[in-house]
Ligand binder design. Structure first.
Ligand code: NAD
Length: 252
C-alpha cells in the first residue's frame, strides 16, 4: 500500500529541483499535495506530471513563502480544498546569493535570511495554527530542508550557512514545543545535490567538492525525496528534533 495514502502534504519550493522530486515521490505514495512556489510557470509544469492514480489530487499556490499573510492564506486554502489541515509540511524553498563576506552586500544577506529562514517561521507558524481542534492538535510531520553547510560553514556562503544553521535551531525548538501533541519537526541536511541551484556552481569549484565527497558523486533530488518520504510517513513516528545528513559522507 502507499506510504502516504490519504495524507495531505504542503511542499514549498515545489517547482524545481529537490522540492519537485519530493512532490513526485509523495504523489506516487498516495499523498494529495499543495505545491507552493513563486515561479508560476514552472509550478504548473511540475503539477502536470504528478501521479493521481490513488484517488489523490493536487493543487498549486503561487507566492512568496517569506510573507506571513501568504502563508496564512495558503494553509486556509489547504483546509478548504481538502477539508482538513495538512498532515505534512515540507519547507524546501531556498536561494543562494554567494559572495565572500568582504564583498557581501546587505541585500545579499537579507534576501537569503528572508527566503531560507523567515519562511520557515511563517510557514510553520501558519501550519501549526491550523492543527488546533477542540480537545487538542492533529498530529503532523514538519520537515525543513536545511543544508550540511549549516553545520560546517562554507567559504562564500556566510549568509546561506547562517540561514541554514538557523533552520536547525528552529527545527529542534519546534519539535520540543510540539512533540507532546504528536507534531514532529525534523531537518534534512543535504550535501551536494544535482539541481538548478548547483548547476550555477563553476566547474572548477565543483571538481574540488567532488574530491571531498567520499562517494565521489553528487546526490540526486530523488535521494533527498526518499529521506523526506521516511520523515513524512508513520515509519518515522518516533523521530523528532533530528537532523538527517544526506551527503554521501561529505563534511561528516
Ligand atoms: P532550486 O533552485 O532548484 O529550487 C528552489 C525553488 O524554491 C525554486 O522553484 C524557487 O522558485 C523556489 N523559491 C525560492 N524562493 C521562494 C520564495 N520566496 N517563495 C516561494 N518559492 C521560492 O533549488 P534546490 O537545489 O532544489 O534547493 C531546494 C532546497 O534544498 C533549498 O532550501 C536549498 O537551500 C536546499 N539545499 C540544496 C542543496 C543542493 O545541493 N542543491 C544542498 C543543500 C540544501
Amino acid at each position: 500500500s502507499q506510504r502516504l495514502a490519504g495524507k495531505v502534504a504542503i511542499v514549498t519550493g515545489a517547482a524545481s529541483g529537490i522540492g519537485r522530486a519530493i512532490c513526485q515521490r509523495y504523489a506516487n505514495e498516495g499523498a494529495s499535495l499543495m505545491l507552493v512556489d513563486r515561479n508560476q510557470e514552472r509550478l504548473k509544469k511540475a503539477t502536470e506530471t504528478l501521479n493521481t492514480g490513488h484517488g489523490n489530487k493536487h493543487c498549486i499556490s503561487e507566492g512568496n513563502v517569506s510573507e506571513f499573510d501568504f502563508a496564512n492564506k495558503l494553509v486556509d486554502q489547504v483546509k478548504e480544498t481538502y477539508g482538513k489541515a495538512g498532515n505534512v509540511l515540507v519547507n524546501c524553498a531556498g536561494i543562494t546569493r554567494d559572495s565572500l563576506l568582504i564583498n557581501m552586500t546587505e541585500k545579499q544577506f537579507d534576501d537569503v535570511i528572508q527566503v531560507n529562514l523567515k519562511s520557515i517561521f511563517t510557514m510553520t507558524k501558519a501550519f501549526i495554527g491550523t492543527l488546533r481542534h477542540t480537545g487538542g492538535m492533529h498530529p503532523a510531520s514538519i520537515i525543513n530542508i536545511s543544508s550540511i553547510v549549516g553545520k560546517t560553514g562554507n567559504a562564500g556562503q556566510a549568509n546561506y550557512a547562517a540561514s541554514k544553521a538557523g533552520v536547525i535551531g528552529f527545527t529542534k525548538t519546534v519539535g520540543m514545543e510540539m512533540g507532546r501533541y504528536g507534531v514532529r519537526c525534523n531537518a534534512i541536511l543535504p550535501g551536494f545535490i544535482q539541481t538548478p541551484m548547483t548547476d550555477a556552481v563553476p566547474e572548477e569549484i565543483m571538481k574540488k567538492y567532488l574530491k571531498m565527497i567520499p562517494m565521489k558523486r553528487m546526490g540526486t533530488p530523488e535521494e533527498i525525496a526518499n529521506v523526506c518520504l521516511f520523515l513524512g510517513c508513520d515509519e518515522s513516528s518516533y523521530v523528532n528534533c533530528a537532523t538527517l545528513e544526506v551527503t554521501g559522507g561529505f563534511f561528516a
